[in-house]
Design a protein around this ligand. Structure first.
Ligand SMILES: Cc1cc2nc3c(=O)[nH]c(=O)nc-3n(C[C@H](O)[C@H](O)[C@H](O)COP(=O)(O)O)c2cc1C
Length: 257
């Protein structure tokens, strides 16, 4: 079966370094096995979050724009490649606005079977903080992150040696993403993913009165009694660790509600 990959770009430049990096990366995938769709967020109407928290209390966001359309594309994909330029040592405002708008999906996970990859372009710096943020968010959304590639914008456009070097690196990175995609759904999660699941599960239970929508979402999927979205094996040491972790989270939430 052809694997669907969605490229979600926070770059404003259709012919920029991000776009060029995507082209080079996509060329490492056989078109008979992988299909790509590129979404430039700048082509869509993505309004800023209003901070009303209705999305936490009920089923989803009340703002009427193109975000649900993009979410549907994410859900339909097997893998998602996030592309962003470094803006003021962070992701682009466009991508951050989009992440804010889907942040209710941290509470109501729907992307946990997705493989993800990150491409960051920059003039000089910012790859480290942006990579940290993006990896953290991928994990928080429940996605499996296969890696992150930092690209120097000017060099990818002009420097033949650099292009060759990045192309070789992309070959290795593409193989990692292909391997992850071939494991399919219900793969063995990292323990950090299991911890993240338990964090949001504890939150859904403890904030039941404040955010009933979250509780219903978890309850409907029968996740409230599970260690992870689907059955996984947990060894006795991990079980003890999870028990302590959940107790710690409960105490933290008790102090905040
Ligand atoms: C508003 C803005 C802020 C930027 N901030 C940084 C920065 O903090 N550090 C840096 O090294 N480059 C910075 N850059 C350079 C961009 O990261 C670089 O031009 C971009 O990665 C090129 O990608 P694109 O062609 O896909 O837009 C900034 C560029 C813009 C337009």
């Amino acid at each position: 079966m052809v694997k669907k990959i969605l490229v979600l770009s926070g770059s404003q430049q259709k012919n920029g370094a991000g776009a060029q990096s995507i082209e080079m990366f996509m060329a490492k995938f056989d078109s008979t096995e992988y299909s790509f769709e590129t979404v430039f967020l700048s082509d869509y109407n993505v309004a800023p979050c209003r901070g009303c928290t209705v999305c936490f209390q009920k089923e989803g966001c009340i703002v009427k724009d193109d975000v649900p359309l993009i979410i549907a594309k994410m859900i339909a994909a097997d893998g998602i490649i996030f592309v962003t330029p470094v803006y003021a040592m962070n992701v682009s405002g466009l991508l951050k606005t989009f992440i804010d708008r889907i942040s209710y999906m941290l509470h109501k996970p729907a992307l946990y079977e997705k493989q993800s990859y990150i491409i960051i372009t920059t003039d000089v710096g910012g790859i480290k903080p942006v990579s940290f943020y993006m990896r953290y968010m991928m994990n928080a959304f429940g996605m499996y992150n296969t890696g992150c590639l930092g690209v120097i914008a000017k060099k990818i456009k002009e420097d033949k040696n650099y292009q060759k070097k990045i192309s070789e690196r992309m070959m290795i990175e593409a193989k990692k993403l292909k391997d992850s995609l071939s494991r399919g759904k219900n793969y063995k999660p990292k323990f950090t993913q299991i911890l993240r699941f338990n964090l949001w599960k504890t939150s859904a239970i403890m904030k039941r009165d404040l955010y009933p929508g979250d509780y219903q979402y978890w309850n409907k999927r029968e996740w409230l009694t599970q260690h992870y979205y689907y059955p996984v094996k947990i060894n006795p040491v991990q079980k003890i660790f999870l028990h302590i972790f959940r107790r710690k989270i409960r105490k933290k939430i008790e102090g905040s509600v």
